[in-house]
Design a binder for this molecule. Sequence first.
Ligand SMILES: *Cc1c(COP(=O)(O)O)cnc(C)c1O
Length: 433
Amino acid sequence: MNYYSLNKKAPNTSFKEAVIKGIAPDKGLYFPETITPLPASFFENIDNLSYEAIAFEAIKQFVSPDIPEDVLKTIIAETLSFDFPVVKINDQVSTLELFHGPTMAFKDVGARFMARCLGYFNQNNTEEVTVLVATSGDTGGAVANGFLGVKGVKVVILYPSGKVSDIQEKQLTTLKQNITALEVDGVFDDCQDMVKRAFLDDELTSKMQLTSANSINVARWLPQMFYFFFAYKQLHKTHKKIVFSVPSGNFGNICAGMMAQQLGLPIHHFVAANNENNVVTEYLTTRLYQPKPSVQTISNAMDVGNPSNFIRIQEIYKHNFEALKSNLSSFSFSDDQTREALKELYTDFKYIADPHGAVGYLGCKSYLKDNEDAHCVFLETAHPTKFLNVVEDIIPEKIELPSQIKAVMDEEKASIPIAHYDELKAVLFNTLS
Ligand SMILES: *Cc1c(COP(=O)(O)O)cnc(C)c1O
């Protein structure tokens, strides 16, 4: 598969180059040249296929020929070594739990898949890369864990000092080896700005291959298609009109769902569930796409004022507003509504959600008001313990720390404090030696 830049001012490139570069030289996001739907027989036979076999069929065309089939099978097996259960909430609503991976965030799958692709490309030590990421919490842990020990890949993570939860900080700072955590005196936007500046810094990029590990990177974005297939496999016998409500920030996850639909997966409709960062909700109402500075909420992994993957969604629908609108609804919810939803899920259904999942649940409720015959699946994107400070105030129950989390809490934190871009640059040059 070749990929083109959505800015259309850079040459088309292979999967391998798209993964190593992260973003095209003209700063556009990469998008696959073609999307070939899977044959009807695949869907007829889906009950007999393992998750690994499903994932293999879904992603094969996008990584071939750069990743040979036998290697792809191994990468998938290593990536998917945990569960993706659908849990029933009531007759109209289910949740797809995406938090059973090593860092208990849905980003584990994308990070693990991407890391293994880079590891394969570097098998002869010719493609050393440094992955540079800014995190407001969740991405960093999944990336650090996914890339740990991968040969030829160094990871540098910037996080805002004092602004991530204790658990998240431990997940970022205790792994060591090829992972360096930079504790930035500032807010998330400062971290993000430094990362952007590094990617534009010729002095750096002429000496080292820098890449991103957020959903801009095709190897992190595309494996998220798997989730929608896995949910379909679990639900299609009992429900015909399956709708996904996806708690969205950068819109990578929901955009991957739309790619699964392009492959032929019978998804009836999508709901983009947003907190008060509501650019897309507004867009679907007003037709005006107006990025705004992000506002802080209790579902902070979705505090995004200008979602980077929305341009890919536009491309899928060929920039046709009506076509997009007939397939996507979007609702935005306040923190108070999110807290109410957490409470309702607990008292009415004995389900403990995290704030992001709760926003997804609200998305389902809003959609179902006018579409009673649908079955809505909200994606539960993080385990509630990762947002304990919020959840514990609402749920009158002690939430047991899962073993993955307990293990890192006892480890010692190692981070390098920085405040200025020059200090980031010095660290990056140091990783070269
Ligand atoms: C990243 C993240 C999201 C948002 O996903 P996007 O692909 O950026 O839309 C939602 N919930 C959690 C817990 C996350 O970490």
